[in-house]
Design a protein around this ligand. Sequence first.
Ligand code: FAD
Length: 814
Amino acid sequence: MSNLFPTNASVVVIGGGVMGCSTAYHLAKAGCRDVVLLERKQLTSGTSWHSAAQVRALRSSENLTRMIQYSTKLYQSLEEETGQSTGWLQTGSLSLATNKERFIHIKRQASLARLFGIEVNVVSPEEAGRLWPLIRTDDLVGAVWSPEDGRVNPSDLCAALTKAARANGAHIVEDAPVTGFTVENRQVTGVETPHGTIACETVALCAGLWSHSVAALAGVSAPLHACEHFYLLTQPLEEVEGHLPTLGDHDAHLYLRDDVGGLLVGSFEPNARAIGLNQLPKDFAFDLLAEDWDHFEPMLKNGIHRVPALEQAEARMLLNGPESFTPDGRFLLGESPELRGFFLGCGMNSAGMASSGGAGRWLAEWIISGEPTLDLWPVDIRRFAPFHNNMRMLRERAPEVLSMHYVTEAPHREFKSARDVRHGPLHERQKMKGAYFSQRMGWERPSFFATDGVAVNISPTFSRPDFEHYVAAEHAVARNDVALFDQSSYGKLRVRGPEAERLMQRLCANDMSAAPGRVIYTGMLNERGGYESDCTVFRYATDDYLIVTSTAQPVRDHDWVTRNLRNERVTIEDVTESTAVLALAGPKARDLIGAVSDGVLSNADFPYMSWQDITVGRWPVRAARLSYVGELGWELFMPISFAGAVYDMLFEVGGDFGLRDAGTTAMTCLRLEKGYRAWGHDLTPETTPLEAGLGFAAKIDLDTPFIGQEALRRQREVGLRKRLVIFTVVEKEALAIGGEPILWNGAFVGQVSSAAFGHTVGRTVAIGLVQAGGKSVDDMVSAGGFEVEIASRRFAATASFRPVYDPDGEKLHS
Ligand SMILES: Cc1cc2nc3c(=O)[nH]c(=O)nc-3n(C[C@H](O)[C@H](O)[C@H](O)COP(=O)(O)OP(=O)(O)OC[C@H]3O[C@@H](n4cnc5c(N)ncnc54)[C@H](O)[C@@H]3O)c2cc1C
């Protein structure tokens, strides 16, 4: 072995499961030389070999749908490329709904599938019974039939991928466990194995449930944890003839299909169990976990309810295999912000067979280009911070993630486990005042305040939630009086040093040379001109800036800023944890602050988009004149230690001005009415400021070049093929939540990026990207004729580039 063992590689892929095989294949196929895949035991010996291996395209997000669409095509074409079958079997899949919410959920998925050209049909219970003759249909509300779905044979798929990888020059080595890494100057430089060290500057970690511990050898976080995962196999049944579609009875936590003439019944059970690496033998390979019939019994009952023939079936085995899950149910992809050259492709959340074709391709592209080639934020490793890597927390969260695999993705869905990780300085006060919290980046943020102390039903729903009247009241207070939003969780990066301006000019699209005292709205763009971040920057001094971004972004933004440093003499510090932000917004904000402050707050003395140090009561704060809800407003920045007292003092006098707490749900409705875009939704690495209608915040003709400037100049010359448009859904009761297809004259032209019910305008307000093909989006908007498809029903929508609320910004400047 050691004579043949490679000593150098361009990329070392760790793990020979489906994700590692796909990554090695795509790297080699793209022309990457000297790719080495190291497998601890034999290929597929981890989780992949025992996968149920269904490939089902119906998903709730654009990227995941696109990715599985690519996997499906790849799995069908690999045999022609390699002569090795992947076992692809196009059986179709049938998703059942036994209640209204589930039916909306699957019809929403069907809408999204149609947008991507995937064939789907909404069918009646009777039709569902014809497609799957063994099922009981009397309790069904409806179903969705997807004829293009199928399944693979996992071992054959990996064999085909590795055969093609080898043919393109990749080196696959089995019985080669990675035991350590060499690192220099925060850059990986080699991979250690018992056979020797391989020098390499790029590693792709695809070690399945072992990834957390393998990453730890390099000091890198890989927040995932294994769970036990079950399916039952029966002996052949007379009633099962030929192949059946994959059946999703997700209200019963089940999927079913035929298997060797019998049935396979798999579950995502509510009482799932985590399993630690220390509970597995060290040489675990092609192994399984113990059968547990008591644990599976409720699922079996559900199965018999749906397929009565199952009652007579003889069990072949109850398969229990480990699979890894991440804190939010989406996999981990991309370069770790903790170590250069260390990429992750793991935590597949029981969708690894379906996802890995596309995920391996994206990971390979990311490695080769040095950055993602499309918007991969939903799976980007930088959505997590190091605290997420805590084993105790992961062990608590992972089973809940498995259990929630089949819950509907209705708004206001929140995990119950691993909560109360990060509290803002006002947390206890907010709790006392009836706050219902939602979790973001570990922070508990008030979603709304149930001010009357009545217990509220917060079950996720596609309909109007029971707590809507609280949100409406908060919304009204912000529009008519003054509301307080706790924005302490927002990401905050301090950039200081003699060359801070030089760096900021290169990183930001707006002119960052503005005088100290100014607040600058800007974006940080990639070379394609797309948004890597959307931020508000405070010029504190000539050598001192504060970048403020959304709660989810500080790890990613820190990574973006540091990886784009060019030896500038600056320090970059994440001050999110030490700085509280209380935002006051509404027509009475000036009167309220004026009542407790020595600040002179008139328009002339304290103009929009500027900041000043003022006192509020006994406390010095840095006040900035801006508002994310489109009202007269100030954001008060202060040390965490002042926040409680300042808050109390504001509420002591606030009654006279109608002051009320408001949460994140109201903020979303308010910002949408005002047409304000949000990064990660409306603004992505694939959207430019020109397309977003934010050209005013990008100084394209500035002499000082910035990243993305050339791309914007070219785009201005060529013209825009897509644009963000603001929609109002005409039908009052039609509720969009984001993700819905947009149609123009009956043809799909785009997708809603965010939407909410606007309580001022009394309609759903949405922002969405419209791709015009050969037409001008401006002409389309002038002509009208738009619709939004919500759960397979189309609703007329008015379109505009101007906000539906206060389009001229009079309130902001009042
Ligand atoms: C019961 C069950 C049913 C499933 N059904 C489906 C389904 O229907 N559809 C679907 O899409 N997905 C399904 N999945 C999930 C899917 O099988 C997994 O997501 C996928 O197989 C994970 O692949 P992977 O490559 O990430 O991990 P693995 O297959 O575990 O591969 C990781 C590899 O890394 C190797 N390794 C570990 N440590 C090292 C080291 N130090 N050095 C070198 N190599 C190392 C391991 O030996 C292993 O071979 C199912 C999973 C289970 C358990």
